[in-house]
Design a binder for this molecule. Structure first.
Ligand code: ADP
Length: 192
């Protein structure tokens, strides 16, 4: 099983790789945050540990300023000690069976992160598999939503980013994302 897969969408590199989000050399890494932007566990705990107190303080300041994040929203902070320059924090939906707008909220989380990155002039961004840990979203269901949302955004903003990277924590998740990419349906209605 290959550990890396690369393709291209409208002038942007799309990479699927197995690895650790905290060590990525990109302009921004995405944090699968909780609404309070506190460190917590999973990806968020790891990113805050690696980023250090500067990152945790910056996230707390944003939280004080604007209140808790709703699912699908994103904010940006400095990245402290991470190799990345910025952290984009987003809150994915909690899985409640699939009929509570989870897919729309998950897609919105990815789109919000990408829009913030472009707004801030960042050229590369790395995502973890949002919502598929503690939030319980089945990865087989999340992968096509995540990839579809990213493909849609990149087609809408050709050349706005050099690279979008999905950093999957296990071989199984990487294989699931790879299969989802191969099987991703073209939208019934053209995306313009
Ligand atoms: P959520 O609360 O949005 O479900 P989690 O942090 O619980 O987020 O998990 C999201 C995904 O990220 C899971 O698949 C988990 O295995 C994975 N993950 C955990 N730590 C890391 C890491 N350091 N780098 C990349 N992915 C990670």
């Amino acid at each position: 099983m290959s550990e890396r897969f690369e393709t291209e969408v409208a002038g942007t590199r799309l990479v699927l790789v197995r690895g650790d989000i905290t060590t990525q050399d990109v302009d921004a890494v995405v944090n699968a945050a909780n609404p309070q932007l506190t460190p917590g566990g999973g990806v968020s705990g790891a990113i805050h540990r690696a980023g250090g107190p500067e990152l945790t303080r910056a996230a707390a300041a944003v939280r004080r300023e604007r209140g808790p994040l709703s699912p699908g929203e994103a904010v940006i902070t400095p990245a402290g000690n991470l190799r990345a320059r910025r952290v984009v924090h987003t809150v994915g939906p909690i899985w409640r069976g699939g009929r509570h707008g989870e897919a729309e909220l998950l897609a919105r989380a990815y789109r919000s992160c990408l829009a913030l990155a472009v707004e801030h002039g960042l050229r590369s961004i790395a995502f973890p598999s949002i919502s598929t840990g503690v939030y319980g979203y089945p990865v087989e269901e999340a992968a096509p939503v995540a990839l579809g949302a990213v493909r849609w955004f990149l087609r809408e903003h050709p050349g706005a980013l050099d690279e979008v990277r999905f950093v999957l924590f296990s071989d199984g998740d990487l294989a699931t994302y790879r299969r989802a990419w191969e099987g991703l349906p073209e939208p019934a209605v053209p995306e313009r």
